[in-house]
Design a protein around this ligand. Structure first.
Ligand SMILES: [Zn+2]
Length: 271
């Protein structure tokens, strides 16, 4: 599943190229997770003003209205001056005078939704529950983060994964940041000590920023909208390393299930 760094890398890969572009036509393929909400041709003539991100949603601001894009489980976006004929898994093509934005999504859990703007009830429904933005210092505040942990008995890994306190700490990054902060992923959030809360807060910012700088992760065949693969997977210290030696102590990395998700950790280093 594309995680926040991949979505941010995707955003950066086509933002400059598409801003100022005028929409010429829109073609929808098979149904995605949610309907577009407007006749595709109604978008013709609109001009792209900005491409922003909130959590794992991309917000494409038009001169009237906005598109909310989500990559779901298997989606990827590509923006290029020329693209070939739509394939069987291409379910959204937006042709502009700068090129075509195409959503390729084999599993179709992704979505493209048209709303009037951020004040649209549907936009509220999709975006309101999202936690702080870890890459935005104005949003990601230590005091709020610490208070969120203090008031929760949920195991820390699952609290992070839930996305209501802070977005973007998906399954891969949750394992990695908890290893860096030396925190047992099963520990109730309120029992994480103050020094480790600080380490965790710093670790989330650093790991996600590093993942973005490195182009996201290709753990699940991710590539950004300009077709470049990510490299974060090369740096993973615990994720996917079940049975391999811990880089800290040499003991084997262990895997356990929390909720329906795999957690990787070192039982010796993370207490
Ligand atoms: Zn270890």
């Amino acid at each position: 599943m594309p995680e926040l760094p991949e979505v941010e890398v995707t955003r950066r890969s086509f933002r400059d190229a598409i801003v100022g572009a005028r929409v010429q036509s829109v073609r929808m393929g098979k149904p995605l997770r949610w309907p577009l909400g407007v006749e595709p041709q109604a978008l013709a003539g609109r001009v792209v003003q900005e491409v922003r991100r909130r959590g794992k949603y991309l917000l494409v601001d038009l001169d009237a209205g906005m598109l909310l894009l989500h990559l779901g489980m298997s989606g990827s976006l590509r923006f290029a001056p020329e693209q070939g004929a739509a394939g069987v898994h291409d379910h959204f093509d937006m042709q502009t005078d700068h090129g075509m934005l195409r959503l390729h999504d084999p599993r179709r859990f992704g979505a493209v939704v048209h709303v009037t703007g951020e004040e649209d009830p549907l936009a509220h429904k999709l975006l309101d529950g999202l936690g702080m933005e870890p890459l935005d210092p104005a949003s990601f505040r230590f005091e709020r983060f610490a208070a969120g942990l203090q008031s929760s008995r949920t195991p820390i890994k699952q609290l992070l994964l839930g996305g209501k306190l802070v977005v973007g700490v998906g399954n891969i990054y949750a394992s990695e940041v908890l290893f860096l902060a030396r925190i047992d992923p099963q520990l109730p959030a309120r029992d994480v000590g103050p020094r480790k809360v600080r380490r965790l807060f710093d670790g989330i910012r650093e790991v996600l920023a590093l993942a973005v700088a490195q182009g996201g992760t290709t753990l699940r065949d991710f590539s950004s909208a300009d077709g470049m693969p990510g490299h974060f997977q090369l740096q993973a210290k615990v994720y996917g390393r079940d049975g391999q030696p811990c880089v800290g102590c040499g003991r084997p990395i262990r895997m356990l299930r929390q909720g329906q998700r795999s957690t990787y950790f070192c039982a010796h280093c993370q207490k």
